[in-house]
Design a protein around this ligand. Structure first.
Ligand code: ADP
Ligand code: MG
Ligand code: MG
Length: 551
């Protein structure tokens, strides 16, 4: 692979510019925290998502491994979720010191008392991995069963990397894929937008069906060769190409482009877009939600997305709103704002801050008591906690839930060292060599873990206090992935950084009373962060979205 830091500065500038235009046009966007209205008024205050300019090299064998274990992890979560005794036993000490986990367990216990059965179970998971450089092992960081983030944006990053940066060595293959360098001049306001679409349609060969007529004269510059098109009517990409073909003849245009482009991009990135795996995360998640909705079998019922207040994703209902507007019908139907709910998708509810009052907890309980399909149910939520991850890594625990020996071996191969803090020899070692461990509370969303010398200090403080507080945490072997150069884009500015990456593979799972309807891997999320940062969250501001380049 090439070194992104050594890319010719003028080429780099063009690539950055194109990536930003592409992101704006294709919705690779997030709410801009700098804008006051962002998150409150839809479509206002948007900014390109933090991204890596180029895909990250990743071994194909490990990519395949991560995909292969996804359905096994899905099945594992399902089996664990059915074992109330295992969940409560494993979390019993944590419950005493962690009020949040304790409330989740209370809801779960209530459901057990009510003999509440979840017959249709939907899981939209993401299992995260880092590739440990020294051992060359793909080790699981965690398994998310709640609000698995970024299926909507990660697939766009893969598209961006496949279609945009790669195109520079693609121009030979077809005229419709040939990059055109179009200068936008003398365009009226209406045409300005159209031109931007045109730039992309020509460059990225995506068909523009929504282009509207324009009567403006627009001059198109193909480097030195100036072509004019008038008037532009519709289907811009098609029309433009037809025009060029008619004027110059296909071969002449090809030759001209080759010449001008070779001149323009002296340095080509010899990358093959086919080595970036197709990423269908968003459609596969949508398909799973749809199929769950279909299983519920009430065409009038809705899919409800539970969000945080000031959500920078598209807003549906907050827990407080559900508490205010929701009710349970005698048959168990959840009705919110007059609508029967088939599926509840939680994009919130994983953090204590999502429950600022009792209102949010009653909403969670109301949802759990209903016959709506929950993603996740309270049992799936608990099965995705870090404590359960650590308990499952103990000898003979996987065997409780999985029968197939191969499956068990494949899952175990991904487990890093995981320990409870009542393991005194590990605690002693972690105090002596804190840099080799990560200390994790039962929290989600990034920014909660303890690293380096803080591990030692926290362990010593807890030892001294002799309290039960240590039950809130687990200890994990610290994974050290390879460090490589990359170009990260934030707020329109590029940064040359030394980085490390974390691969998440999404999984979709749906079953009903009689059997499994869906169980597979469902696209991926590559996150890349500067190597000096311990934490990895994109929303938390530590990492950027990336894709993988198989090597
Ligand atoms: P969360 O649920 O908050 O995302 P994680 O377990 O994923 O919690 O930890 C957050 C981040 O901390 C990860 O994205 C990763 O960058 C880093 N991290 C977590 N565990 C380890 C580990 N064992 N070794 C190295 N880094 C880790
Ligand atoms: Mg998590
Ligand atoms: Mg994580």
């Amino acid at each position: 692979m090439f070194d992104p830091h050594s890319i010719d500065p003028s080429l780099l500038q063009k690539m950055e510019y194109d990536a930003l235009v592409w992101s704006s046009l294709h919705g690779l966007l997030v709410g801009d925290r700098a804008s006051q209205k962002s998150g409150r008024v839809p479509g206002v205050g948007l900014i390109h998502a933090p991204i890596s300019l180029l895909p990250m090299p990743f071994p194909e064998s490990h990519w395949k491994q991560a995909c292969e274990v996804a359905p096994i992890f899905n099945e594992l979560v399902d089996r664990v979720s059915l074992d109330a005794e295992f969940l409560h036993e494993s979390l019993s000490r944590t419950k005493k010191v962690d009020a949040f986990t304790s409330r989740l367990l209370d809801i779960h216990a209530k459901m057990i008392d009510m003999n509440k059965k979840e017959e249709i179970r939907l899981g939209l998971h993401r299992s995260d991995y880092m590739l440990d450089e020294q051992t060359n092992l793909l080790l699981q960081i965690e398994l998310n069963t709640n609000s698995s983030s970024f299926p909507g944006l990660s697939c766009l990053v893969s598209d961006l990397h496949r279609l945009s940066n790669m195109r520079r060595n693609e121009f030979k293959s077809s005229i419709s894929r040939t990059p055109l360098h179009i200068l936008q001049q003398d365009a009226c306001e209406e045409c300005w937008d159209l031109l931007t679409i045109l730039t992309c349609s020509a460059v990225f060969a995506c068909k523009v069906s929504h282009a509207t007529p324009s009567v403006c004269l627009i001059k198109l510059y193909l480097d030195n060769a100036c072509l004019s098109v008038t008037p532009l009517k519709c289907e811009f990409g098609t029309l433009l190409l037809l025009f060029i073909v008619q004027t110059e003849g296909l071969d002449a245009v090809r030759q001209m482009m080759r010449k001008s482009l070779l001149h323009q991009f002296k340095q080509h990135l010899a990358l093959d877009p086919e080595r970036i795996p197709q990423n269908n995360s968003v459609s596969l998640f949508a398909e799973a939600l749809y199929k769950a909705w279909a299983e519920y079998n009430n065409p009038r019922a809705i899919v409800m997305v539970v969000v945080q207040t000031e959500e920078r994703n598209i807003i549906r209902k907050t827990l407080a709103e559900i508490d205010a507007q929701g009710e349970l019908l005698p048959d168990g139907t959840l009705v919110v704002d007059g609508e029967a709910v088939a599926v509840v998708y939680f994009r919130a509810g994983y953090a204590p801050t999502d429950y600022p009052s009792e209102s949010e907890w009653s909403a969670r309980l109301l949802i759990e008591q209903s016959c709506a399909i929950k993603c996740p149910s309270i049992a799936y939520h608990l099965a995705g906690t870090k404590k359960i991850q650590q308990e499952l890594a103990k000898p003979n625990q996987l065997e409780r839930f999985l029968e197939n020996k191969d499956d068990i071996a494949k899952v175990r191969e991904c487990f890093a060292g995981l320990w409870s803090l009542d393991d005194l020899s590990i605690v002693k070692d972690a105090i002596e060599r804190p840099g080799l461990y990560v200390m994790k509370p039962q929290r989600e969303g990034g920014g909660n873990n303890i690293y380096d010398d803080d591990v030692r200090l926290s362990l010593q403080r807890m030892e001294k206090a002799g309290s039960e507080e240590n039950a809130a945490y687990i200890l994990m072997q610290r994974i050290f992935p390879i460090i490589s150069p990359a170009i990260l884009m934030r707020e329109g500015i590029s940064h040359k950084e030394r980085v490390m990456s974390e691969l998440g593979v999404y999984g979709t799972y749906l079953r009903n009373k009689t059997g499994v309807i869906m169980n597979g891997h469902a696209g991926y999320l590559m996150r890349t962060k500067v190597s000096s940062s311990n934490e990895g969250g994109v929303a938390a501001g530590f990492a950027v979205l990336d894709s993988i380049y198989l090597v």
